[in-house]
Design a protein around this ligand. Structure first.
Ligand code: BGC
Length: 780
């Protein structure tokens, strides 16, 4: 399935919504992703309830549940010990939003007859997808249709649709069929490893098709993962009783109405999904029935009100304001909104690379969460960040098992990609070999602890993860003849270089990790002796291990090339030939789709930020000169074929004073999905890049860093903007930062007091003196 080759026009600029005003099959596939709704669990692509004729090839009418998956054995023609054995992939589940409309025997289809008006809007403040259209049938009957759809943030199992039809130039029969379609399947991946799963055919087996008045449900089971799923709907039209309808794996209700010209007929539909991943199988149907009955009693409007209230609260703490650039303002809010729609917040699910908007990367969770997405939630909605950490704790036992498979007698190794905790990467050079995942998780725990001072969390779960994952570095590292601690045969973040010795990023992050683990062992031993005894009992931590961590960290080999004055990406990177960029045609990018991996690995060429990412995460370990030289060198050999790259280059460009570059890289990230700059948004949004936009503002232009618990800012204002404003939650306080041509204004919005640093100058805000204005001339 491929989208159209012709360029798709950008959507009109609006700071708080996306809107399209024409129905076009060429842009449909992409727009289904952009207009997708989600609540961290249910994801509904933005396809119309009625679908359209000949949709194959221009539409993927997907419905997803975060964390609900089927598993399949990974088949390797050549086996090897401890390769990942089972893949998990997010399933396309029954489409419960379907509504077929027939007027006097003619089926409403946007491609048959004539669309006189069409508008689809997704407003980030209401969280409701609205379509308004007027259509003339082939025989000349005109109708107006207004549909509203909401996937509720306050109940993860629920969505609702209001579908209102008005006969404009006739009175006659209007038939509304509201249904669930269980005959769905996932998309096949083909040659692009980023697209979907390798499985063809339906993965859900229908067990029963339930019907009772306005209620209908499909009960289905997955073959291999052994889950039961209930997809249920309740449909009503005021004053009418429906007749039951079923056909194959479809179930629903039919309403046959005598419509009077000018008088709307309104179908209200509530939908619910419950699976045995969350509840015992025997409870699923009753829970679905209950949810639907409660929603119906409250009514569609009440759900919309609750949705708007939830979003008002979200925007109050998360909004980033940019004055002077409408395209950017729309891009950044769109990104934040989609992050909220995508993130799992029940402690058992996480955030997939494509959220719940598409099947790209099979619904897997990666390091994208900890390094890219976590900061946005940590500083905007810390309670969600905490849930992401809980997810990792839930997977600790499986990470221990994985470590044993990988011949580590102690410790835990987290999977490179997974849904339920098992390693799912079938290509180990760019998968399991990315051992840095362990340090990435430790880094997020460290950031959480620094931002919240939540020692309870560290004692209950944080230390155990950090300690178990730290042990792996001693397991895979060793001292060389010069006494340096080396970590061999790993892959760093840059997936165009694989299986190398001493990847700079990995070693530097491992050093941070080992120090942090050792320090936290000391802290918990002193502050929480009871917890400490439990943790040492559970992990078998031995005397001497912590000293060994400190020693390895102190002697960590961090490759540096004195001639070039740069940090070397790994021991062999600089010895390789530089990729021939001048003679690589534009259409050969991304390289991964056009060259065998070995051809790429043999060259100095980066898919994404690697050393440059270390410059951000471990900021205080580098001088500004180091940063500039590393940036210059690696920029010249980086393709940014990964959507995770540009935001990091933007941040470091800001820091080293390359303001134009900072802006350009930022623009590439901020509207990556809205403008489909990577050409694959139809398969789902890019959640890491979306969060990279927030980092680009706060860390990049705002110059924010938190290190050793100290908060710093070094703001600059892009010449294109009048002002920008963002907020940060730290240790119970909320700080608003507003940067304009006049200088920087810091406001303590909530909390008792907050100390921080502005270009080296100490600033202390309190309830009594909650604001500081620092004029531009006082900056740097
Ligand atoms: C990137 C990885 C990333 C993955 C999922 C790949 O293209 O190279 O760093 O984790 O996409 O977003």
């Amino acid at each position: 399935m491929q989208p159209s080759d012709s360029p798709i026009p950008t959507l009109p600029l609006d700071p708080w919504c996306i809107r399209e005003t024409g129905f076009d099959t060429a842009s449909h596939f992409l727009r289904e992703t952009l207009f997708a709704l989600g609540n961290g669990y249910i994801g509904l692509r933005g396809t119309g309830e009625e679908g359209y004729s000949g949709a194959a090839g221009t539409s993927l009418d997907g419905t997803y549940l975060n964390g609900f998956y089927e598993s399949e054995p990974i088949v390797y023609p050549e086996a090897a010990h401890a390769l990942a054995k089972t893949n998990q992939f997010m399933l396309n589940v029954p489409n419960a939003k379907g509504i077929a409309l027939t007027i006097d025997g003619e089926r409403f289809d946007p491609l048959a007859g004539k669309l006189d008006r069409y508008e689809r809007t997704l407003d980030f403040r209401t969280g409701v997808l609205v379509r308004v259209l007027e259509w003339t049938s082939q025989s000349g009957k005109r109708i107006a249709l207004r549909s509203r759809r909401v996937v509720t943030f306050t109940n993860k199992h629920l969505f609702a649709i209001e579908f209102e039809v008005t006969a404009l130039n006739f009175s006659g029969q209007v038939v509304l069929r509201s249904f669930i379609d269980g005959a769905v399947k996932n998309q096949e991946a083909g040659d692009d490893p980023r697209v979907g799963s390798a499985v063809s055919g339906p993965a859900l087996q229908t067990i029963s098709n339930e019907q009772q008045g306005s209620f209908a449900a499909l009960v289905q089971r997955t073959h291999n993962s052994g889950f039961t799923l209930v997809s249920a709907i309740d449909s009503s039209v005021e004053g009418m009783s429906p007749s039951a309808w079923r056909e194959g794996e479809q179930a629903g209700q039919v309403f046959t109405c005598e419509a009077v010209q000018g008088q709307p007929v309104c179908l209200t539909k509530f939908g619910a999904y419950y699976s045995s991943r969350d509840y015992p199988e025997g409870e699923l149907l009753a829970r679905a029935q209950d949810t639907l009955a409660t929603a119906k009693a409250a009514g569609f409007e009440a759900l919309c009100t609750a949705q708007a209230a939830y979003l008002a609260d979200f925007w109050a703490s998360a909004d980033v304001e940019i004055a002077g650039d409408d395209a950017l303002q729309q891009g950044i809010r769109f990104n934040q909104y989609h992050l909220l729609q995508s993130v799992g917040r029940d402690g058992r699910t996480n955030i997939a690379a494509k959220g719940v908007t598409g099947e790209g990367y099979e619904g897997h969770y990666f390091w994208d969460t900890e390094i890219y997405i976590f900061p946005f939630f940590l500083y905007s909605k810390p309670e969600i960040a905490r849930k992401l950490l809980e997810y990792r704790y839930a997977g600790l036992e499986q990470a221990r098992e994985r470590a044993r498979q990988m011949s580590h007698p102690t410790g835990a190794l987290y999977p490179w990609r997974t849904i339920a905790g098992g390693e799912c990467s079938a290509y180990f050079p760019a998968g399991t070999a990315q051992y840095h995942i362990n340090a990435d998780i430790a880094y997020s725990i460290k950031s959480y602890y620094e931002a919240t001072a939540d020692l309870d969390y560290m004692a209950q779960a944080g230390l155990e993860i950090v300690l178990e994952t730290a042990r792996i570095w001693l397991g895979i590292g060793s001292y060389d003849r010069q006494g340096r601690f080396c970590i061999n045969e790993v892959t760093g973040p840059d997936e165009y270089t694989a299986l190398v010795n001493n990847n700079y990023y990995t070693n530097a992050m491992a050093r941070m990790h080992l120090h942090f683990a050792a320090d936290m062992v000391d802290t918990i031993r002193e502050e929480r002796p009871g917890d400490f005894a439990r943790i040492t009992g559970a992990t078998g931590l031995e005397a001497g291990e912590v000293d060994a961590w400190r020693q390895a960290a102190g002697l960590m080999h961090l490759p540096y090339d004195a001639t070039l004055g740069i940090h070397e990406q790994d021991d062999s990177f600089l010895a390789k030939k530089v990729w021939d960029f001048a003679n690589t045609p534009k259409e050969n990018y991304p390289l991964l789709l056009n060259y065998h991996p070995m051809v790429i690995y043999r060259h100095q060429v980066c898919k994404q930020a690697d050393v440059v990412l270390a410059l951000l995460l471990l900021s205080s370990e580098f001088t500004l000169h180091d940063k500039r030289r590393d940036f210059d060198y690696y920029e010249a050999v980086t393709t940014h074929d990964s959507s995770l790259s540009s935001c990091i280059f933007s941040i470091i460009a800001s820091e080293v004073g390359y303001h134009d570059k900072a802006y350009d890289y930022f623009m590439e990230t901020a509207r990556l999905d809205l403008d489909d700059t990577h050409g694959n948004t139809h398969y789902g949004v890019h959640t890491a890049a979306m969060a990279g936009t927030w980092m680009g503002v706060a860390y990049g232009f705002g110059g924010m860093r938190v290190s050793h618990g100290e908060l710093r800012f070094a703001p600059t204002l892009p010449t294109q903007w009048q002002h920008y404003r963002f907020q940060v939650q730290l240790r119970g306080a909320t700080l608003a930062v507003r940067v304009s041509g006049d200088g920087t204004e810091y406001t303590l919005v909530q909390g008792e007091a907050l100390d921080f640093n502005h270009f080296g100058q100490a600033v202390a805000l309190t309830r009594a003196a909650p604001q500081a204005r620092i004029p531009l001339e006082a900056q740097a």
